[in-house]
Write a protein that binds this ligand. Structure first.
Ligand code: F6R
Length: 261
């Protein structure tokens, strides 16, 4: 796990955007794993700017989102399928039908989960997955207690996650769905490169556990300690509880240029 501590979101966007741009330049038909929420926005904005400057195209790429609320009507603005289009995919040149998400309106949610994992596998697997992390340590919507080997399936959101996400629903907690369909931890772990972004003091405890805690279903993101290629982009506040912060800074500052991210 590589830890990169950066001064602000703009730098996170620049560095993270560079990782995506390098990938789709080298492999135009790359399979991208996309997250919703606030954490990836600086990277998406950076990629939109690169696209508008003619530096990068997603015309041949495909994308899979991490998760979806169960039961939100198809035209609801907070449905993740709509959110990712507004925040990123609709602002660049993805081809029609090249962006997929779990079907939170499926009658058979169990089958929808299995079909989603099969679709990712049929596409050749995810080359680069962007992740945020919840204040309770979730990645995707794999809440504490999730199986570390889980596949795409229904999960119940914790009260904390619903509180955290109420800001997207006019601060109306009752409007935040209780269930979601999320890629499992086992599904996420199959991505070839994982880029996790966390900003703000509210993420400091989760980031401490993610990087320096014991691997445990109580802090689901800790499963990433078993992944061979994870890059964690943090601002100062999110990094504020890291015990080895000085070492991570020194390591990144003295990193050989040929290593890349
Ligand atoms: C979103 C997702 C979640 C978020 C996490 C952090 O698709 O899977 O794990 O990444 O809840 O949310 P933000 O970035 O809004 O703090």
């Amino acid at each position: 796990m590589e830890i990169v501590i950066l001064p602000n979101s703009q730098e996170i966007g620049r560095l993270g955007g560079g990782v995506f741009a390098d990938l789709v330049t080298a492999k135009p038909d790359a399979v991208l794993g996309l997250a919703t929420g606030s954490s990836p926005l600086a990277i998406y904005d950076n990629l939109v700017a690169r696209h508008q400057a003619g530096e990068v195209s997603f015309a041949q790429a495909r994308a899979f989102t991490l998760d979806e609320y169960v039961g939100l009507p198809a035209d609801h603005p907070e449905r993740y399928r709509s959110v990712i289009e507004k925040d990123f995919t609709g602002r660049v040149d993805f081809a029609p039908d090249s962006v997929q998400g779990p079907n939170g309106l499926a009658e058979d949610l169990r089958a929808a989960g299995a079909e989603y994992d099969a679709a990712i596998a049929a596409a050749g697997g995810v080359d680069l997955q962007i992740l945020g992390i919840g204040t309770d340590g979730h990645i995707g919507f794999n809440e504490p207690g999730s199986s570390l080997a889980s596949r795409t399936r229904i999960k119940t959101l914790t009260h904390q996650t619903r509180l955290d996400n109420a800001r997207f629903f006019d601060n109306d907690l009752d409007a935040v769905p209780v269930h979601c369909l999320t890629q499992g931890l086992g599904t996420i772990m199959e991505a070839r490169h994982i880029l996790l972004v966390a900003t703000g003091q509210g993420k400091a405890e989760a980031v401490h556990h993610l990087v320096e805690g014991a691997v445990s279903a109580m802090w689901p993101g800790t499963i990433l300690q078993h992944h061979p290629h994870v890059t964690v982009l943090l601002d100062e506040a999110a990094a504020s509880r890291l015990q080895l912060a000085a070492y991570y800074r020194q390591t990144y500052a003295s990193k050989p240029a040929w290593q890349g991210l």
